[in-house]
Design a protein around this ligand. Structure first.
Ligand SMILES: NC(=O)c1ccc[n+]([C@@H]2O[C@H](COP(=O)([O-])OP(=O)(O)OC[C@H]3O[C@@H](n4cnc5c(N)ncnc54)[C@H](OP(=O)(O)O)[C@@H]3O)[C@@H](O)[C@H]2O)c1
Length: 246
């Protein structure tokens, strides 16, 4: 086994979506770990609640210039995690569809913009920054429901399809990344069901032991990454390290 304890003794980590439940918990754990010289925490709005020690920056998934600007502040990040996502937003009349009858073009476009296009723009500006001479990880939070092979239930058309698109983008990026960065990985992660704004309306029926706290989820995800090899790049991995069908 290669020694990964030196994964990022002095390098930097970047988390997009640090105002979200899982994103904030990831930032907290990364800062606490002391493994990184700098932990950059990106939020859409002003936040006063970031873990002490994190370096804040602002971005909006719908504003490529803000992502490009964010890329100017980090040099050779060894870990980039995209913890943004959109499932529902009452104010914008976005809700997971139970049937094709509920599909609304503009709501679907917003879900795709947040879950697939935004992360793709982050990849566009951050993958080239990964160091070429050592291990580096670009990880996006996807979802098991975005697995086409695993889909038995149907429904949630926009969210599922946007996450499936994200999984495909990650596979594409992994292929392209391997040409210039042989030690780097691009992976999609499923955090399990996690207590957050995103999952709040859908937690009924989830057994308590299957509903993770954001801190537990962050711990699981950060445990999965060191076990992955460049050969795993492009895959979708669950919180317990299991590889899911894309
Ligand atoms: N929670 C679960 O059970 C679960 C299960 C499977 C997968 N996931 C995935 O895990 C990820 C994190 O989810 P979470 O549960 O932590 O949700 P959350 O608490 O709702 O966090 C979502 C994050 O995305 C950010 N975001 C949304 N649209 C944005 C935009 N246009 N520009 C910048 N930031 C934007 C939010 O920023 P604001 O604070 O500014 O809105 C927030 O930081 C998502 O990709 C989700 O699909 C979650």
């Amino acid at each position: 086994m290669p020694d990964r304890s030196s994964l990022a003794a002095t390098g930097s980590a970047v988390v997009f979506g640090a105002s979200g439940a899982i994103g904030r918990a990831l930032v907290a754990r990364l800062v606490e770990s002391g493994r990184f010289g700098a932990v950059h925490a990106g939020t859409r709005g002003p936040t006063t609640d970031l873990p002490v020690g994190a370096i804040p920056f602002r971005f909006d998934l719908g504003d490529e210039a803000s992502i490009k600007e964010a890329a100017r502040m980090v040099e050779a990040p060894e870990l980039v995690m995209v913890a943004t996502g959109l499932l529902h937003d009452e104010a914008r009349q976005i809700a997971p569809e139970k049937s094709w009858r509920a599909i609304d073009g503009s709501a679907m476009a917003e879900v795709f913009a947040a879950n697939a296009i935004g992360p793709a723009l982050i990849a566009k500006h951050f993958l080239p920054l990964l160091p070429r001479d050592r291990r580096a990880v670009f990880a996006v939070l996807s979802a098991r429901v975005g697995s086409i092979g695993d889909n038995r239930l149907g429904g949630w058309h926009s969210y599922r399809a946007s996450k499936a698109a994200l999984n495909m983008l990650v596979r594409n990026f992994a292929i392209e990344l391997a040409r210039s960065h042989p030690q780097a990985l691009a992976v999609a992660l499923h955090p399990g069901t996690v207590d957050s704004r995103l999952s709040a309306p859908f937690q009924r029926g989830v057994a308590p032991e299957k509903l993770f706290s954001p801190d537990q989820a962050a711990g699981h995800l950060l445990d999965v990454l060191p076990a992955l090899d460049p050969a795993d790049s492009g895959g979708l991995f669950a919180w317990d390290g299991t590889r899911l069908p894309e």
